[in-house]
Design a protein around this ligand. Structure first.
Ligand code: DON
Length: 309
């Protein structure tokens, strides 16, 4: 391991030690499965742009990808349709409102504003070029596997739990259709979006996604160019503006790095030209972001001097 990376490993260990006793926040409960995940789990992983892997504590534990999947599908849609199409059909503005806000849509004539809230993510899924639902789903799932350098699979248990409780998202999908911002059959987009949230990932796999974004779109573990280099700044800009929803501004102010949270407890952060860091801890703040995940990454980023601004 390089001396830089052994320094990162030491700081990551320190972060887990410092944060593990924080009992703040609660598991997500609006998706029944997520409330049953052991709250004490805590993991941290780093993958460098040169492919070195550091993992601490529960970094191999598999959890639901949830909203972090929005970044991966955005990358696929950018590859297929290009930056202008995403900008005009989905948008690039923070909403300043919760991730499943209907009011955000109402305030902007049904424009989702960003691919990183539920509305924009379903619109993005609907833009994936496909002849039917299974093709749409398989393209998204295969891309998750490429970006993580691992065979990613759907959890039937998580998917069942979400599909049977996602009335709010179905309503959003129909609102998008009514405003002309849904580009496939709305329930197809909602179903595939729900599946993309219900795959399982561990922190090393998530950090590998971050390392790919940090490395101009080349996955450092497989060596494959998965995302065009020109698309990376668009993805990172969306993450800075909306990655932690209505606390994205606080995250930019404090940490200064593109991030993306999921209600499964995962938190991905990209350090351009350095690597990806991923934290996992199920208890969330009121905005849907992992409490200890934010605390751990904040500690590592500050100590390492990674703030971009
Ligand atoms: O659609 C939902 O509400 C969930 N499947 C994902 C939400 C989520 O992860 C928000 N993130 N922090």
């Amino acid at each position: 391991m390089s001396s830089l990376n052994s320094n990162i490993a030491a700081v990551m260990k320190q972060a887990v030690e410092q944060c593990k006793d924080n009992k703040g926040g609660e598991n997500a409960s609006y998706i029944p499965f997520l409330s049953s995940v052991p709250s004490e789990l805590i993991g941290l992983a780093f993958v460098s742009v040169t492919g070195e892997v550091i993992k601490i504590q529960d970094a191999d534990y598999k959890y639901a990808l949830e909203s972090i999947s929005k970044v991966l599908t955005l990358a696929l849609a950018l590859e297929e349709s290009g930056a202008d199409a995403i900008h005009t059909k989905v948008g690039a503005e923070p909403t300043g409102l919760p991730f499943n806000s209907v009011m955000a849509l109402e305030l902007h004539q049904g424009m989702p504003l960003t691919p990183l809230v539920n509305a924009g993510a379903m619109a993005t899924v609907s833009m994936i070029e496909a002849t039917d639902k299974e093709q749409r789903w398989n393209k998204i799932l295969d891309f998750q596997s490429e970006l993580t350098n691992s065979k990613i699979e759907l959890s039937d248990e998580v998917n069942q739990s979400e599909q049977t409780t996602n009335e709010h998202n179905r309503a959003i999908a129909y609102l998008l259709q009514s405003s002309g911002r849904m580009y496939s059959e709305p329930m197809e987009a909602c179903d595939v979006y729900t599946r993309q949230c219900s795959t399982l990932i561990n922190s090393v796999e998530l950090a590998t996604v971050g390392a790919t974004l940090a490395n101009g779109g080349v996955n450092p573990l497989s060596g494959k160019q998965l995302i065009k280099t020109e698309n990376i700044p668009h993805i990172l800009a969306e993450m800075v503006m909306e990655g932690l929803y209505d606390t994205s501004g606080d995250w930019a102010y404090d940490v200064g790095l593109p991030g993306k949270s999921g209600v499964g407890g995962g938190l991905l952060t990209v350090i351009p030209n350095v690597g990806g860091i991923a934290a996992f801890s199920p208890r969330l703040d009121p905005y849907g972001n992992s409490v200890r995940g934010q605390q751990m990454i904040k500690h590592v980023a500050r100590t390492m001097g990674w703030n971009l601004f």
